[in-house]
Design a protein around this ligand. Sequence first.
Ligand code: F6R
Length: 607
Amino acid sequence: MCGIIGILGKSDAVSLMVTALKRLEYRGYDSAGIATVTDGVLGCRRAVGKLVELEATLATAPLQGKAGIGHTRWATHGAPTTANAHPHIAGPVAVVHNGIIENFRPLRDELRAAGAKFTSETDTEVVAQLCAANIAAGMTPQQAVDATLKRLEGAFALAFLFAGHDNLMIAARRGSPLAIGHGDGEMFIGSDALALAPMTNRVTYLEEGDWAVVTRDGAKIYDALGNLANRELRVVNVDSVMIDKGTHRHFMAKEIHEQPSVLAFALSHYLNANRTAVVVPEGDLDFSQFNRIVMVACGTAFYACHVAKYWFEQHARIPVEIDVASEFRYREPPISPRDLVIFVSQSGETADTLAALRYVKDKAGLVVAVINAPESSIAREADLALPIKAGVEVSVASSKAFTCQLAVFAALSILAARQCGKIEASAETALIQKLTQLPRLINEALAQEPAMALIARDLAKARDILFLGRGTMFPLALEGALKLKELSYIHAEGYASGELKHGPIALIDESVPVICFAPVDPLFDKTVSNMQEVMARGGKVLLVTDAEGAERASDGVWKTLILPKIDPFLAPVIYAIPAQMLAYHTAIEKGTDVDQPRNLAKSVTVE
Ligand code: F6R
């Protein structure tokens, strides 16, 4: 992952770079750094930890400059130390890098043999050293970068700055996103348009293999073969107002509470004005043309696919296959023109998901992206990009993006049912009517926050926690466990309720809370039987259900959490609220960093 910024400005670039890096912190926050060139001389400041640490460093040791590059790091090669922080400088070259240089070891050996002295454990430093060696051999910066890029293997985005050149940056993209921003006598480089938004909304996205020579007069872009390339300049619609937490303590809390409104927004996008039919404003999407749907994603987005599988199969009777993106393409699955392949990603930049998309691109009948970031790589490379309209999600752990993904898939499953002739008009209207109740029901579920916060006090004392669910509650159990793990660092696992007796039940004792997601639905009694099996072995059960479920099955349980009564179709959206809230409040009890949990990043742009 990592975030990159570059500025050739008219005034102080350092504070602008810090502002932009704050917008990129979602890509990693192990360390940050900035290099400038002033009167031909390179200067650099780096600090371990989040941006505030770099700001503190800059306060005690200020750095000036109208031209500079900056970086926020998610560590891959080498621990989060100052020496491993970017920018890396070798001779007259400063480099920031996102991605992985796969052949860095042989390159490092070669450079060492030629006398280069390495000061970090990173793969990135070979780029700076190689480029510096090329300049020492008499090449211009442009020739040196060109020659360097030809030696690199892997997926990366790079930005270079050079001593002796106050009006030059070079940027390169191979696998990782990079955008060039156009100002008035100023130019910028950024990992995304969001980072560039305080400076400009006029953006050119580099395409795969492109590299760009940037001066204050503009950018010359070369394609992978070294030919001058003409890339579109777009005016992007990115909110340039600094994103803030509002009245909330954390972005996560704000984003959880935003769900009724963003979900209503998402639904209004996919429903006609009378709210009688599902529509796709972005283009033609006819599910009846396909024999099969294949859905691919990572993490929370994958669990949204898992829920969607139930919906598409039940409503439209189309077989659905789901897979995590990191496994998908290496399986080399057969894909045919009768397959509709759907990629789901909040960021639209997840490397595994993007690579999987490229694998199916020439094989599938239609490639659809369901994304939150409309200008992202996945959105741009799909045949059809469908927005989830969740708004910017800052907290590393996904919340509102998940429920908006579910809302979009709920709507699409109704559309698919109609197109495949599996639903009567009256039943379709009834399902849509249920969909429109979701924002109100989420509000009702959110009203249970005090009860969830109280339960979290006890969960925080546990070392292991299990989540159980049947049907669409199974993916919710997986999502609940993922949220709890990543936010509170408590070990948690999600299981299909019926699977427990095939092994995991051995884990049950009085110290392991077992959270059962069990709305009253046709599977309720079966889930309750599995719950009884847990209690018979001394396990303490938190039953998450509705009022009727509590009435029928609360006897002997440790705690009960009551949610609004909901049609089983839409229960996953409502049960996402306790999955998020229990994790959030347990994290607060544990004192962990809710918005930026350790070792994680919001956008995972490495494989
Ligand atoms: C968990 C979480 C991650 C992401 C995953 C995919 O809370 O946020 O599991 O869901 O990294 O990210 P996107 O959706 O950006 O492709």
